[in-house]
Design a protein around this ligand. Structure first.
Ligand SMILES: [Zn+2]
Length: 391
């Protein structure tokens, strides 16, 4: 199956080293990006006219707390992942399936949960979204053999360290080493506890544990101090800024990273469902925070929620490049905005209006039911249109 997207006004690459591409057409073949250029006019089954608007990679939410399917017991909400897809999210990464009622904390139980979550989401994409799940919460008593067993069964993540009984650097460090040896990507809770009964995680603990990702560096929901954030920016770890955190320290993280030339390590997530709620437009809102208040170039902000995250988690999405998965968002400034196009809208503090979402080269929706309306909407001019009932 071949799709041509033509008349693209702005093409945001997702690659922070070259965040804008000089091209106005994309060719998608069998689910991947097969061509990028100017004035491409290939024979295709489906032709989409982007009407001069913006195309960017589908957003990657680096911090989600799913359980099973598209229901969250935390906020008694159904279809929250489908709602996030309507906010441009095409991949969601679990930071732990912590909201399972009666979540087991013994070693056999936590391994079983991680394995089932990984396998169940590998078989099921809510709203079409690729959910990377199966993120065990570390408890005392885990051995290297347990990590080997989980990895062999398809577990590729470790959920936020600190939500279980492993909450010191000394206890976490050997487990992080084992997880890394078995190919897992590891994140850690930082800052004050999100619920009563757990403990704060300080920069000192993170430095001793050495995960790949400093989870919600701006708090989930209570932030570390600015001085601790500065110590962690001065490492090689990924720096995760979340919507359900502290906006002031999000901007402090950004400024520190800009000064250090470390924006290539910033990734963006919601940290939802959580006590803060379910925020379908949370990743877009965070991009608007970084560009609108933080002064970051908007195409670089987009890269923080796409290519940067893909690199940390070794995903084949998040960048507009030949051979990458064709997960795409077409968007524009919303009707009524002071801005004329989507990236300008982020800089103005507005949220872009999404008019089409692709996953693996397939059109999943036309106009989003959650963003404000795009001033100019992409349109299918040949072939099959967006599925009915999308909006
Ligand atoms: Zn957390």
């Amino acid at each position: 199956m071949k799709t041509l997207i033509r008349n693209i006004g702005v093409l945001a690459s997702g690659d922070i080293r070259q965040p804008l591409l000089d091209a106005d057409s994309l060719v998608l073949r069998d689910g991947v990006i097969a061509g990028i250029g100017r004035g491409l006019d290939e024979d295709a089954d489906t032709v989409v006219d982007a009407r001069g608007t913006t195309v960017m990679p589908g957003l990657i939410d680096s911090h989600v707390h799913p359980v099973f399917g598209d229901f969250t017991p935390r906020q008694r909400t159904v279809d929250f992942i489908d709602s996030a897809m309507n906010g441009g999210v095409t991949t969601a990464i679990s930071a732990g399936e912590v909201h399972l009622p009666g979540r087991p904390k013994d070693v056999v139980g936590l391994k079983a949960l991680a394995i089932v979550a990984a396998k169940a989401y590998a078989n099921f994409r809510p709203g079409g979204v690729k959910v990377e799940a199966g993120a065990p919460i570390l408890e005392l008593g885990l051995t290297e053999a347990d990590f080997a067993e989980m990895a062999a069964a398809g577990v590729k993540l470790v959920g936020e360290i600190g939500l279980g009984s492993v909450r010191t650097g000394e206890d976490a460090a050997p487990m992080v080493r084992w997880a890394k040896q078995h190919g897992m990507t590891v994140t850690i809770h930082t800052g004050g506890p999100s619920i009563a009964g757990s403990n704060p995680i300080t920069a000192e603990i993170v430095l001793e544990a050495r995960p790949h990702v400093v989870g919600h560096i701006n708090g989930g929901t209570t932030s570390m101090s600015p001085a601790e954030i500065e110590r962690l920016v001065a490492t090689d770890m990924a720096l995760e800024i979340v919507q359900c955190g502290n906006a002031r320290t999000a901007l402090h993280t950004l400024r520190t990273a800009l000064d250090a030339g470390a924006t290539g390590r910033i990734i963006v997530g919601n940290d939802a469902p959580s006590g803060t709620g379910v925020i379908p437009l949370g990743v877009l809102r965070t991009l608007s925070l970084l560009a609108g208040l933080g002064g970051m170039a908007p195409a670089e902000a987009v890269a923080c929620a796409t290519g940067n995250t893909a690199r940390v988690y070794e995903l084949d999405t998040g960048v507009i490049a030949v051979g990458r998965a064709a997960d795409l968002v077409i968007c524009d400034a919303p009707t009524g905005s002071v801005a004329r196009e989507a990236l300008g809208a982020l800089t103005a503090g507005d949220l872009p209006g999404i008019s089409m979402v692709f996953i693996d080269g397939r059109i999943i929706i036309g106009r989003s039911r959650n963003t404000p309306p795009a001033a100019r909407a992409a349109e299918v001019v040949k072939g099959a249109g967006p599925s009915a009932g999308a909006h």
